[in-house]
Ligand binder design. Sequence first.
Ligand SMILES: Nc1ncnc2c1ncn2[C@@H]1O[C@H](COP(=O)(O)OP(=O)(O)O)[C@@H](O)[C@H]1O
Ligand SMILES: [Mg+2]
Length: 258
Amino acid sequence: MKIITVGNNKGGVGKTMQCFQLVCHLANLGHRVLAIDLDSQANLSSTLGVNIQRTLIPEWLIGDVGVEDVVVPVEGKAEFYSNIKLIPSSRHMANLAKLLILSESEVRKTAGRKERLLKLRLKAVEEQFDYVVIDTPPMLGDELIMSLVASHQILIPTQAQDYSIDGLEELMDTFEIIKETENPALEFSIIPSMVNSRRKIERQRLEELSQSFNVTPMIRNLVDMQESVAMKKPVFMFGQSAKGRKDYENLWNSLGLN
Ligand SMILES: Nc1ncnc2c1ncn2[C@@H]1O[C@H](COP(=O)(O)OP(=O)(O)O)[C@@H](O)[C@H]1O
Ligand SMILES: [Mg+2]
């Protein structure tokens, strides 16, 4: 079971889009995929057709309920949807920090540290899935840190803009700490996201970014992509020549996710 987090402490960079495309792509290849929405905005959940009143993710992490109480099937006509299971989110996810404080001694007993809770819970479903894909909220909080501790790989969608690249340094510092302490095998990929390559400033920033980091092929800013989410139709279902489809095919090939 391979665990992949899509994360960036900045919002609106295309994290949820990337999760949706990746989850559907892997399911379409025949893999059993568990999608986990850790963002209280629950955008991945609603894109996968699931809207719930109150998520039990905090209770699941703490150990008050089992995985069967949080996993649901997803809605969708196409065949591949049957390969996807979802742990959906809701606004209640925002109570995670409070619950973790209230259950501190319990958490210490079972996981040692709260950062290890997600890793511990995912161990229990190792045989049931081939991939786990985690969508995270736009901050360096418990959700993202737990995900980094649990994951093999983090995909970091990044916009080619100054403030986006500045935020990246903070994320990379956290990445390094987790790699040194909890998860030495963690790998990262920086994915230029929502790129408008006709803008000179974006081309320059991308150039700079690729001097400091290994970056993957880019995902362009495309109307295609917005339609994909609005129609709940992943880009691989678009025509052969659709730009969004090509961008994602290149990306998954470069990451070996094909
Ligand atoms: N490649 C793209 N081209 C055009 N619009 C995009 C693209 N990727 C994402 N979007 C749109 O940008 C907005 C933010 O994307 P989203 O995935 O929700 O970001 P995040 O999860 O990082 O906050 C959404 O409206 C989404 O549909
Ligand atoms: Mg999101």
